[in-house]
Design a protein around this ligand. Structure first.
Ligand code: PEP
Ligand code: MN
Length: 366
């Protein structure tokens, strides 16, 4: 992955966990001013102010954003709070207006990240421009689309990059507006070293009550900041009314979060080093055991081949699955983990044995 600059090096005076707050949508100059004044009154000044100017709504006819006029009101934010401003862009025309009005940071919304044509159009409009871009995850849990969008910006020379985790559509799970699927942001961080991910609990939870829990989980997992929709009068907001909170409530939420540090990889403590060394040692043993297990699997494969037996034997699989899951659960491993682990080992075993069968039978080798 290409190098990129982390948020602290964007030249915007940001450090530590990045807190982004502001309304879902800019509605009126009065609204923007009231949000700012309430933030000031509560001494709840975020690192960055967000406001949607163009709103990608699921159905036409709902409030689709105030448009370019709203960008002029960002001066009000600069006047009262003097913090960087971020807004969503969905096409090249949005980029042009946002740059004209000196928006500090752009973000790409979830409905745009799914569409490489749209992402490329925005990236092309930004070629040669020095501005940070944050990319929200796509609506569907597809890590490659998320990475691909970040790469499109990197390829046109945008080196101030971050990601936003806002959850994924899932019509079955009613607990969330967008299911968090925590493995996705963690995978993204694994794939692109140093990529910071800001969690957006507002769009994940879709209500006010669950924000704290989700935000805390994000911090526990090692995500790098929070974007929380904030409005002076959430009930009467023109979009996402159910999930916005007042600056006072935002302050209370942030005060309850236990912000954790990620460990500087350069100097972990001695205790952590000892624990990690012990884990390294166990991992070596795990690999030796797996090697031995697969060598037995190969011997069983040879036996099946000689005796014209099929690779998959459902009674044996059922026995392995049930007995190991029970043992694992007795050892305080979760049932879900045991099942996933066993499926993974079993799938590899079946593949190896099937390959043995094919290789013994040159006609079906292809
Ligand atoms: C938003 O941030 O207001 C928004 C539209 O978000 P998303 O792209 O995550 O739906
Ligand atoms: Mn919103």
């Amino acid at each position: 992955m290409q190098d990129h600059l982390q948020i602290k090096d964007w030249g915007l005076g940001l450090s530590g966990h990045t807190i982004i707050a502001g309304p879902c949508s800019a509605e009126t100059p009065e609204q923007i001013e009231k949000v700012c004044l309430d933030m000031k009154k509560e001494n709840m000044i975020p690192g960055m102010f967000r406001a949607g100017i163009w709103k990608p709504r699921t159905r036409p006819g709902s409030f689709e954003g105030i448009g370019e006029d709203g960008l002029k009101w960002m001066e009000i934010v600069r006047h009262h709070l003097n913090i960087p401003i971020t807004t969503e862009v969905g096409n090249a025309a949005h980029v042009e207006s946002a740059l004209k009005h000196k928006v500090d940071v752009l973000w790409v919304g979830a409905r745009t990240t799914v569409n490489p044509f749209a992402v490329q159009e925005i990236a092309d409009a930004l070629r040669g421009v020095d501005i940070p871009v944050m990319v929200k995850n796509p609506m569907n849990p597809d890590l490659q689309l998320w990475l691909g969008a970040l790469e499109r910006f990197s390829a046109v020379g945008i080196n101030k990059l971050a990601a936003i985790h806002r959850g994924f559509s899932d019509s079955y799970d009613k607990r969330f507006r967008n299911k968090p699927n925590w493995s996705m942001p963690i995978h993204l961080k694994r794939e692109w070293k140093g990529m910071e991910v800001i969690n957006d609990p507002s769009h994940i939870v879709g209500n006010r009550d669950g924000l704290l829990e989700t935000a805390q989980r994000a911090i526990n997992f090692g995500l790098d900041g929070l974007m929380i929709e904030t409005h002076h009068d959430p009930d009467n907001a023109w979009s996402d009314a159910k999930q916005q909170v007042t600056p006072a409530r935002l302050k209370a939420i942030l005060a309850q979060i236990d912000f954790r540090d990620t460990i500087g990889e350069e100097n972990p403590s001695e205790r952590l080093n000892d624990l990690r060394n012990a884990i390294d040692h166990l991992d070596d043993q795990l690999l030796d055991i797996l090697q031995e297990r697969f060598s037995l699997i190969d011997q069983v494969g040879a036996y099946k081949r000689e005796n014209h037996l099929t690779v998959f034997q459902s009674d044996r699989w059922k026995y392995v699955m049930e007995s190991r899951t029970k043992k694992g659960v007795d050892k305080n491993l979760s049932e879900k983990f045991m099942k996933e682990l066993l499926y993974c080992i079993h799938e590899e075993s079946v593949k190896r044995q099937e390959k043995q069968l094919r290789e013994a039978d040159p006609i079906r080798k292809a």
